[in-house]
Design a protein around this ligand. Sequence first.
Ligand code: SAM
Length: 295
Amino acid sequence: MTSLLELAQAQQYPVATLYVVATPIGNLADITLRALHVLGLVDRIAAEDTRNTGQLLTRFGLSKPLIAVHEHNEREAAQRVIDFLRAGERVACVSDAGTPGISDPGAKLVDAVREAGFQVVPLPGASALATALSAAGDWVATFTFLGFLPPKPKQRATALQSLVAHEHAMVFYEAPHRIVETVQALADAFGPGRRLLIARELTKLHEALHRCTLAEAPAWLAEDANRQRGEFVLVVEGAQVAAASGEDHDALLRVLLQEVPVKSAAKLAAALTGASRNALYARALELKGEEKEDD
Ligand code: SAM
């Protein structure tokens, strides 16, 4: 029977090629056999942080020349990588953790290498995005990856407003120092009823996956300071498909609008249905407008 290492070796690994290699997001045992094979085979490695990658390589008994390719020098560093490819080298690209190019350096390097006429070969492996989604459930059957939200409250709120009617689940990355305010901002923008998965410290010692509603999430985080530590993936349920729920909401809003102003009608309808207050407010305004036209 063919050994696993032989399977890794059997693949073609052409020279003058950039290999985009995923590395673990916590547990080092999640490195793949092909990643180890290719990291051993390449002539040099373009790394987000050469110190981190140096340590990772040491852990696997490897040592390679490293080139720093990070957020602030990606375009210039890409030129150096292209020079090495032109000289016939195999070069790997890795980030600090997970898959390069996903909220990490790598994408601009890939563009530059391909534009210069060289091949790019991806090696699949860990990513916090896919890891969280794999344990989320059927409500994330379709999703949009949005990475990090803007850190400033106003810009973050604007970004979230533009997503209120988005019908696919949304995946965000977040750091511990912003997790509380980001979860609150999600609840403010999308209303109380949507499902949320908080995936924390995936593949690590204190890994935790918690499913709740957006209304429940702030209190859950506040209950134990440890729940706010570590790295986070947040998966938020998309908006209800308008055709399925729109008529019900319209009927409810029409009744409420007979009695209370638009803002209160949206607030009450959000509390009753769990749908987004902003979306209901927008719809209530439309209904109010239609009423006036009928008068
Ligand atoms: N390229 C990486 C990937 O493929 O997932 C993501 C890098 S991005 C700079 C780092 C963010 O990814 C963290 O702030 C966190 O949101 C998420 N992340 C990375 N590792 C994680 C883990 N073990 N558990 C939960 N989230 C993680």
